[in-house]
Ligand binder design. Structure first.
Ligand code: NAD
Length: 349
């Protein structure tokens, strides 16, 4: 049996879920001769101790102690602002790092991190979990097999049922960087094309406190790809019908909808239509349960040298460039060229 010890930093909203997923990896990996152990830390020590105890994991009092304990891979689930320094700490320790998206608060803050990783030959996998979701994988397969023909329109939706705490929103970089960045990533990944222009609008009809911290509760971005293909990316924090994440792909030969299942968060207005009939998805954790488990299984495979990196920091920063451009468009009211926006912010591309 090969032992792999993962060190998790941060057991907040998503970190707790990662902790449970890591603890359950042995259900599939033991059969492949791999045994995963979990150690974790959080500045909220009492909470982290409780999480560790509940999972039979080991609690360490600091990031330094965690890395110093001799782990094989570092999993980062702390707030976005801490990612650059923690990624560097993992790279300095010479171990592969899995870091939640995004690499940093914005592209200019991400570029020195990319340089640091490259200069030291580090391996950093970023947590764009939709790349592991069965529906998105099937859409990519169908598109690449030519079953859809050429794509004329893409419509991506990411809606939460209710906003996260305003304190989180104030430090999130805004709705495009926090939520739509997943759509920007998946659109690049699925089409193999770059988004070159974004025109974004936002609205604030919910809690005024969201506007007060500089964010919007609902947004729509029209994106143009490098071959002229058009897409629409919409997001909201107030989708009472359920957690709604979908992608509609319409092509010259066929159309597909990712996320259209019995738990879809809408009802048909047509008489006699009973679909969808199930309870809607409620949270991102539940909607992407399988994908979150699969991305960590992939991280163990990366550590073991069994596969390449499924989501590089460069991929993540490319999606963040689009998110930055969308935020700039939202603030200026003008369409923004993605590469030009990046250049204006000091990037080399
Ligand atoms: N992939 C996804 O679908 C998804 C979903 C939600 C959040 N995220 C990302 O995950 C990250 C965390 O988000 P969250 O909502 O879980 O945040 P959170 O605030 O709920 O949790 C962060 C945790 O990290 C701890 N922490 C912060 N700094 C620390 C440090 N230096 N050392 C140790 N512990 C530290 C905090 O005490 C807290 O428990 C963000 O970057 C966010 O963008 C990704």
């Amino acid at each position: 049996m090969k032992d792999v010890t993962l060190g998790l930093v941060g057991v907040g909203r998503i970190g707790v879920m990662h902790a449970h997923n890591i603890a359950s990896l042995n259900n599939v990996l033991n059969a492949r001769g791999v045994n995963v152990r979990l150690r974790l830390t959080d500045v909220a020590a009492d909470h982290a101790r409780t999480v560790a105890a509940g999972l039979g994991a080991e609690f360490l009092p600091s990031v330094e102690a965690l890395i110093g304990s001799g782990i094989d891979g570092l999993v980062l689930a702390t707030g976005t602002g801490t990612h650059p320094e923690l990624i560097k700490a993992g790279v300095d320790a010479g171990i592969p790092v899995f870091c939640e998206k995004p690499v940093a608060m914005n592209v200019p803050d991400s570029l020195p991190v990319l340089d640091y990783i490259r200069a030291r030959g580090g391996t950093v996998q970023i947590g764009h979990q939709r790349r592991f979701d069965a529906g998105y994988l099937e859409a990519k397969r169908a598109f690449e097999a030519g079953e859809l023909g050429w794509i004329h329109s893409l419509r991506a939706v990411t809606c939460d049922m209710a906003p996260p705490p305003v304190g989180f929103l104030g430090a999130s970089g805004g709705l495009f960087r926090d939520c739509s960045v997943h759509d920007f990533d998946i659109l690049r990944w699925l089409t193999g094309r770059e988004i070159v222009e974004v025109y974004a609008k936002g609205s604030n009809n919910g809690d005024p406190a969201i506007g007060a911290v500089g964010d919007v509760d609902t947004a729509l971005a029209v994106v143009t790809f490098d071959d002229g293909t058009l897409g629409a990316v919409s997001a909201s924090r107030y989708n009472g019908a359920g957690h709604d994440v979908r992608l509609e792909i319409q092509g010259s030969a066929g159309s597909l909808m990712v996320g259209l299942d019995e738990k879809s968060a809408f009802a048909s207005a047509e008489a006699g239509v009973g679909f969808p009939s199930g309870d809607s998805h409620q949270t991102f954790a539940e909607r992407f349960e399988q994908a979150y488990r699969s991305e960590l299984e992939a991280f163990v495979e990366v550590i073991l040298g069994e596969r390449g990196n499924p989501c590089t920091p460069e991929d993540a920063v490319a999606a963040s460039r689009v998110a930055d451009a969308a935020q700039e468009s939202l603030e200026t009211g003008l369409p923004v060229r993605v590469a030009l926006a990046a250049r204006a912010q000091g990037s080399r591309s």
